[in-house]
Design a protein around this ligand. Structure first.
Ligand code: SF4
Ligand code: SF4
Length: 239
């Protein structure tokens, strides 16, 4: 299906399967998903990662898989109640997309069928392009595109990074944003990198700006891209 395709779907307490899709699912979180959820819960990113995620290292991959932790007994999402999702406004990308999924070529397909998702038997019609906007998907796509500028080159090249500090720092910048903010403002970071004062102010105030900056910092550190400027005083002195 392309973005102009019309599909039929409705979801809410009136459907017999209400909240059924919020259990026993693997929801992989992107850095922006974590940003939104930890802010919705008003807790620091480190606390969110500890309480609500499982971090699964991947062989030869610098960036682990961060998965939303389901309740061990009920297998339910920690945020579901009988009234629905308690973090609905900040739910992760896969929850926004459901029952659609985006294919690698930018087309869409149904991730389930009407035997499981009764909402697909409802009459309400949606053009996919409009439905994505209604679901708040564009900002997620924008941020996930920036994230892919980090992950895609990593997938394309053989990794030869055996320094655990690089793993730790990369993960912190991408997923543990409140710790990354402390790293920027409470270490010698600002003595080493030349950041314009308006940018510094934005980084103090906005998690969104900080995450975009984190992507730039990782691209600078891992791929040598000129996304950041090192201060002259921090450059190695010529003999
Ligand atoms: S975050 Fe919300 S929508 Fe997503 S699985 Fe959990 S309860 Fe369901
Ligand atoms: S399975 Fe489909 S209709 Fe049922 S709660 Fe989930 S999205 Fe809604």
């Amino acid at each position: 299906m392309d973005a102009e395709h019309v599909f039929h779907f409705d979801c809410g307490p009136h459907v017999p399967c209400f909240t059924q899709c919020c259990q026993d699912v693997t929801i992989v979180l992107t850095p922006y998903d974590v940003l939104r959820l930890k802010n919705a819960l008003e807790i620091p990113s480190g606390e969110f990662l500890d309480a609500y995620t499982v971090i699964i290292p991947r062989e030869n991959r610098l960036i682990p898989m961060v998965v939303l932790k389901m309740n061990e007994e009920t297998k339910q999402c920690p945020f579901v109640t009988q009234n629905g999702c308690t973090v609905y406004a900040d739910r992760p990308w896969p929850c926004r997309m459901y029952p659609l999924d985006m294919n690698d070529d930018g087309t869409f397909s149904l991730i389930t069928d009407s035997s499981r998702c009764k909402g697909l038997t409802e009459n309400r019609s949606h053009r996919i392009s409009g439905w994505l906007i209604e679901q708040g998907v564009p900002i997620y796509d924008e941020m996930n595109h920036l994230f892919s500028q980090v992950t895609a080159p990593l997938q394309a090249q053989e990794l030869d990074i055996d320094n655990p500090k690089i793993y730790k720092m990369t993960f912190m910048a991408l997923y543990n944003l409140d710790t990354f903010r402390r790293f920027v403002f409470e270490s010698s970071f600002l003595d080493r990198f030349d950041l314009a004062p308006p940018l510094i102010e934005k980084l103090k105030r906005s998690d969104l700006e900080l995450l975009q900056f984190a992507f730039d910092w990782v691209k600078f550190g891992l791929f040598g891209q000129k996304t950041l400027q090192v201060k002259e005083s921090a450059l190695p002195k010529a003999d």
